[in-house]
Design a binder for this molecule. Structure first.
Ligand SMILES: Cc1cc2nc3c(=O)[nH]c(=O)nc-3n(C[C@H](O)[C@H](O)[C@H](O)COP(=O)(O)OP(=O)(O)OC[C@H]3O[C@@H](n4cnc5c(N)ncnc54)[C@H](O)[C@@H]3O)c2cc1C
Length: 451
């Protein structure tokens, strides 16, 4: 019998709740795919190696986080569709004595939106791959096949989804907020739909593993690899997310990054190499700091908690961003159409450089590897160049990722681009637009009684 000891689990959902208090779960109700309890009370499992059982169990838990990674991207794609379609139509100011220009033509507007459009593309391609792998994992587990592979894939899926869910959630949170602001006052309207998107995405940051806690799982997994890297062992995993770490020491000593022009900075290979250096550097730094703390008398609990900010958290973020770029790069390499390749490469580079500039640039100073004296300037110039180039395709690019109008439900973002006509008709369709509100009579009576 499985007994929930001294436990009081409250599940609050809508307006109802369930409380379990010292409640015995019947043996038949056990979720017993990977382990069971016999009638005599003996624990049994089809796995001989407990690590492999643990791995298979972790993989099953990833399903929710994989789905949330994709859900966040979906909310972001809605918001970016609205903001870009609106930005292409809304005109504000212009050169002296000339017509006003669409706000999307302004460099500052491009910088505020287009890196997030790039993020949506990277996340869309990445989530589709992760979902495919996760669902195959679920099918194989259900059928009881490929057990050896599942046991190795489980921990990798767990590590990937524990970082992809937070990074997707945070990135799309920022995307949605920027989209709200780039639509100005109209973005604040209920009929813009952005407020609802922001609310819908918000819970993704907390449930199924609070982001800051969840992301620790990824760094814990990576930290186990550093001693193997030092020994020069080959590192590999089913999805190849850590394979580059086999060359960790070489990457640290001679990173393959040559940036002496804006074109170099835009190169996807250079950007991926920069992320590889970041991951190895952060892995070494975090491992050493953790060991130093232990050597100086801290216990493992304190050492782990005091190595999150600037260390383990950044490690997990850089690692998953590198893998997202790697997945996108593989997708681009398998694309034969040169025009599509060119646009996707720009999106890969824009997301990679934007995240690098925003989150990781100081590490290149700390690690004392500045690939060229103009490194920072070239990165900044590359971001602006990519923004201005992606701008020309921005409306078409959102058409690709946008949901149909009846799902988007935003007067600012409908696919016909008739923002002002749609806004006007939404106002006229509003039930109380042409009549006094219901509470008018109450106010009138109240005011009259006081006269
Ligand atoms: C909309 C919604 C739906 C949900 N649905 C479900 C559901 O269906 N089933 C279910 O079981 N649960 C559900 N949850 C609960 C959810 O899983 C928890 O809220 C979540 O895991 C966070 O736990 P907590 O609320 O106890 O926060 P806490 O653990 O109290 O965390 C509060 C804050 O403290 C920080 N913190 C906590 N511990 C540490 C630490 N060790 N180091 C650093 N910082 C720390 C966290 O990062 C967080 O910011 C839902 C929550 C929401 C918001």
């Amino acid at each position: 019998m499985n007994l929930i000891k001294a436990c009081e689990i409250s599940i609050f959902y809508m307006s109802s709740f369930v409380i379990f208090n010292n409640y015995e779960i019947p043996r038949e109700n056990l979720l017993n795919k990977l382990g069971d309890v016999t009638q005599e009370g003996e624990y049994i499992t089809p796995f001989k190696d407990p690590n492999k059982r643990h791995g298979a169990a972790l993989g099953a838990l990833s399903m929710g986080r994989v789905n949330i990674t994709s859900m966040c991207e979906f909310y972001g794609s809605k918001a970016i569709t609205i903001a870009i379609r609106y930005g292409a139509v809304r005109k504000q100011f212009g050169p002296d004595d000339k017509e006003e220009i669409p706000i999307l033509e302004y460099q500052s507007h491009q910088y505020r939106l287009l890196p997030y459009l790039a993020a949506v593309y990277v996340l869309r391609i990445f989530s589709m791959k992760l979902i495919e792998v996760q669902y195959q994992f679920a099918i194989d587990s259900y059928l009881g096949v490929n057990k050896e592979l599942l046991a190795e894939l489980g921990p990798e899926l767990h590590a990937l989804s524990s970082a992809s869910k937070p990074v997707s959630g945070w990135t799309m949170r920022d995307t949605i907020q920027e989209c709200r602001e780039t639509c100005g006052g109209h973005g604040y309207l209920k009929v813009s739909g952005i407020g609802d998107i922001r609310n819908d995405n918000d819970a993704n940051l907390t449930y199924e593993g609070e982001n800051h806690i969840l992301i620790q799982q990824t760094s814990n997994w990576l930290l186990k690899l550093w001693p193997l890297i030092l020994k020069g062992e080959t590192i590999s995993s089913p999805l190849k997310s850590v394979n580059f770490l086999s060359h960790g020491l070489r990457i640290l000593q001679q990173p393959n990054i040559q940036i002496s022009s804006v074109a170099d900075a835009c190169s996807p290979q250079n950007i991926i190499s920069m992320y590889q250096w970041l991951v190895v550097y952060l892995l070494k730094r975090t491992y050493n700091k953790f060991q130093n703390d232990l050597n100086n008398g801290k216990d493992a609990f304190a050492a782990r908690n005091n190595n999150q900010v600037f260390y383990a958290k950044n490690l997990s973020i850089a690692f998953i961003q590198h893998f997202m770029l790697q997945v996108m790069y593989e997708k681009i390499s398998a694309t034969s159409d040169p025009e599509i390749r060119s646009v996707l490469e720009k999106l890969l580079s824009l997301y990679g450089l934007f995240s690098l500039e925003k989150q990781h640039l100081t590490l290149f100073y700390q690690g004392a590897i500045l690939p060229g004296s103009d490194f920072v300037t070239l990165i900044q110039e590359a971001i602006l160049k990519l923004c201005s180039e992606v701008k020309n395709d921005a409306v078409s690019l959102v058409d690709v990722v946008a949901p149909p109008d009846f799902i988007l439900k935003s007067v600012l973002g409908l696919s016909d681009g008739q923002v002002y006509r749609n806004l006007e008709s939404a106002i006229f369709r509003s039930p109380y637009a042409m009549s006094r509100p219901k509470w008018w009579q109450d106010i009138k009576t109240n005011v009259q009684s006081k006269l």
